[in-house]
Design a protein around this ligand. Structure first.
Ligand code: F6R
Length: 365
């Protein structure tokens, strides 16, 4: 049931503060502000030397964000893979290491095959899935359910932010187990997670502005998304979301890669969405924005108050996100990214919940 929304996708975007709250409640103890995983892990994170994360599409981008967290919080080397590549490329794997699989449906054929492959190689397997009765959930050694509830829109939205939430909790738990996070670090990070539902709700209030912006974007032929750090996989996700539901060609790039090719595309007709919370790499992203502006590119900047103050570039639309700690910006910035794709698709008149050629669950390879 779509409640009062025109599409399931709109409903699912708006449900995010609530369902992320449910996922948080599953993996942390709100009162003590500590991670409290409800399941026992059949391995010790101290013994894990290498982590592989494997998934497809949007779930893969959630894993890509999590790579930054595991590396930062737990000092654990991570390889992020697309399931269809992982399963065939004969990567050297070490028995006893951990492989994480992420899937909304839990039925994606390539992800399932990758999971079976990792098991055969003697790896521990943990899956982050939204459908707890799914094949991937059943076949994994450990399951972390995301509590997003049924996701009907083909384009994944709330499953993505719930995947990020579960993975963030796991990365903090890994940091604790490996002694790379102090109690104080953990408390600070957990506090940041607890704030997410409120911050995501604040992000949703920008919908009217994004709706107006979507009319502009709908006239574009191509859109470029740029970000650094955890905003880089979010740029990939932004481009995927836009192309799959509005059919406008889009590409996501690490902002630092701009001058290694894609800058050749930039002209007055090209909107460039820059995802840049005010963080450690912000200044670097600003210089990339200046390169875009100097070539007449139209910049849509998603940032916070401090970022907006520091980054005055011509011909720019700013979508102002709430101030927040740097670690978990992807969950909050996902909202304007999703809304922009959604409203652009509505303007284009496409079938938002059932985009052409796509299926909700890809059970063939
Ligand atoms: C994009 C999208 C797909 C899925 C991918 C994996 O909006 O929905 O890219 O993320 O097909 O599906 P699951 O998560 O079910 O394995």
């Amino acid at each position: 049931d779509k409640a009062n929304y025109r599409h399931f996708m709109a409903k699912e975007i708006h449900e995010q503060p609530e369902v992320v709250g449910h996922t948080l409640a599953r993996y942390l103890d709100m009162a003590s502000e500590r991670i409290a995983l409800p399941m026992k892990l059949p391995f010790d994170f101290k013994d894990v030397q290498h982590l592989s994360i494997t998934a497809c599409g949007t779930a893969n981008y959630a894993g890509y964000v999590a790579k930054y967290w595991f590396e930062q919080f737990a000092r654990l080397p991570v390889e992020i893979d697309i399931a269809s590549e992982f399963r065939y490329r004969e990567a050297p794997l070490r028995s006893g290491d951990l492989a994480i699989f992420i899937s909304q449906s839990g039925e994606t054929a390539d992800t399932l095959a990758a999971l079976r492959y990792a098991k055969e190689q003697g790896l521990h397997t943990l899956s982050v899935v939204n459908v707890p009765t799914s094949t991937i959930a059943r076949e994994s050694e450990v399951v972390m359910p995301t509590l997003a509830g049924p996701e009907i829109g083909v384009a994944s939205t709330k499953a993505f932010t719930c995947q990020l939430t579960a993975l963030a909790a796991l990365a903090i738990a890994a940091g604790r187990a490996r002694g790379t996070l102090t109690d104080a670090d953990e408390a600070k990070l957990v506090h940041g997670l607890i704030e997410l539902p409120r911050l995501m709700a604040a992000a949703l209030t920008h919908e009217p502005q994004i709706e107006r912006l979507a009319r502009d974007i709908s006239k574009a032929q191509d859109v470029l998304y740029l970000g650094r750090g955890t905003s880089y996989p979010l740029a990939l996700e932004g481009a995927l979301k836009l192309k799959e539901i509005s059919y406008i060609h889009a590409e996501g790039y690490a902002a630092g890669e701009l001058k290694h090719g894609p800058i050749a595309l930039i002209d007055e007709k090209m909107p460039v969405v820059v995802i840049a919370p005010y963080d450690r790499v912000f200044e670097k992203t600003v210089s990339n924005m200046q390169e875009v502006a100097a070539r007449g590119g139209r910049i849509i900047l998603m940032t916070d108050a401090k970022g907006a103050e520091e980054a005055t570039v011509d011909s720019m639309v700013t979508i102002m996100m709430p101030d927040m700690p740097a670690a978990f910006t992807p969950m909050v910035y996902a909202i304007p990214v999703q809304l922009l794709a959604y409203h652009t698709a509505v303007v284009m008149g496409t079938d938002v919940d059932q985009p052409r050629n796509l299926a909700k669950s890809v059970t063939v390879e």
